[in-house]
Design a protein around this ligand. Structure first.
Ligand code: ADP
Ligand code: MG
Length: 336
């Protein structure tokens, strides 16, 4: 490692406010590997997300926001398995070393690292196209998988769906929902623009909710690729189908006010990047699930039910079946 690389790591990562210590960390940044001491019997969860410039975020976006979002989407995966965050590592490839960019990027990691007591403990850096890989580690006495849903379980979702893809469209960027999915951002109020900006760059990882429902929910997933695609993973893993009530989908006032109904539903079902949790629960535990969300001040909507069979049926308020292309967002297109 050259002296400059060493200095960069020291200044922007080892000395960063994101690299604080906690008792489990035996060694953080600076040794050949980070070392943690874990209590016997705990389940250790790992999750990694790679974010590619201009695929997962606009390359020219504010580096502080990029960092915040990169950590948020990783923490969201821990939320989905019900884990308490422990620490994270960061792999960065950068086309050139820009001190201002790096300083802002490392600052952008601090708020969520602090909020969830999840310090930066190591990583790697290399020259290359801008890519960000974060791996988070979490722990808990139990965990939630995708495969535990049962016939008749109720399906819930946190927060609102569809705002992130609307945000992308409002930034003037293409979305995978196609050319029809456009909005005139000049027509949005300043309040709506600010709301969408936050929805895209500062998704709220539902860590506390995930942790508290660990022994209540039967299955959970975070919605990164769109509700239909991600609920589809619960269906496949649990060998069940599902029914959704379109009128129950949680939509923000901003989304309702910006698009015709058909596109609102497409955004909510296929949009992706929501980082809300989709959860299944046995009917007898539904009240408990609802009161956990209530106590956290978290919006929680019952949107359907698991059923025997295959596929996800969507019904409108008149009970009519509606078809949506559930291929969701596939990073590699049609892989043979
Ligand atoms: P090695 O050559 O042993 O792989 P490196 O030179 O890559 O070590 O890194 C030295 C130390 O700095 C290690 O502890 C590593 O985890 C840490 N580190 C390197 N890059 C980053 C980064 N982007 N963020 C946080 N820590 C980093
Ligand atoms: Mg290395």
């Amino acid at each position: 490692m050259s002296q400059t690389e060493f200095q960069i790591i020291q200044q922007h990562f080892a000395d960063s406010e994101a690299a604080f210590s906690r008792p489990e960390i035996v060694r953080g940044i600076g040794d050949d590997a980070a070392m943690l001491r874990i209590e016997t019997g705990q389940i250790l969860s790992f999750s990694m997300d790679v974010l590619v410039a201009d695929v997962h975020f606009p390359a020219t976006a504010d580096p502080e926001l990029i960092a915040n979002r990169a950590l948020a989407v990783n923490l969201s995966d821990l939320a989905a398995v019900g884990a308490q965050p422990l620490c994270f590592t960061l792999g960065l490839t950068l086309p050139l070393v820009n001190e201002h960019w790096l300083a802002a990027f490392s600052q952008g990691l601090v708020p969520l690292a602090r909020q969830f007591n999840c310090p930066l403990v190591g990583g790697d850096m290399s020259r290359g196209p801008l890519n960000i890989a974060i791996q988070v580690q979490g722990q808990g006495e139990a965990a939630i998988g995708r495969d535990g849903a049962r016939d008749g379980d109720l399906i819930y979702v946190t927060g609102c769906l569809g705002d992130s893809v609307l945000a992308l469209a409002s930034f003037g960027l293409d979305t995978h929902l196609g050319g029809e999915f456009k909005i005139d951002s000049a027509a949005l109020s300043a309040q709506d623009r600010a709301y969408l900006h936050e929805a895209y760059y500062r998704p709220q990882p539902r860590i506390e909710f995930g942790r508290q429902i660990v022994n209540v929910a039967t299955a959970a997933i975070d919605i990164s690729d769109g509700l239909l695609g991600d609920l589809g993973h619960i269906c496949n893993a649990s060998a069940l189908g599902a029914e959704l009530e379109l009128s129950a989908l949680p939509l923000s006032d901003c989304l309702r006010g910006s698009l015709p109904e058909e596109l609102q539903q497409q955004a909510a079902l296929l949009g992706g990047d929501d980082y809300e949790l989709c959860v299944t629960v046995a009917p007898e535990n539904a009240t408990q699930l609802e009161s956990i969300a209530d106590d956290l001040g978290l919006r929680l909507s019952r949107i359907g039910r698991m059923r025997d069979g295959y596929g996800i049926d969507c019904r409108d308020s008149e009970g009519q079946m509606r078809e949506f292309d559930a291929s969701a967002y596939q990073h590699f297109g049609d892989v043979e």
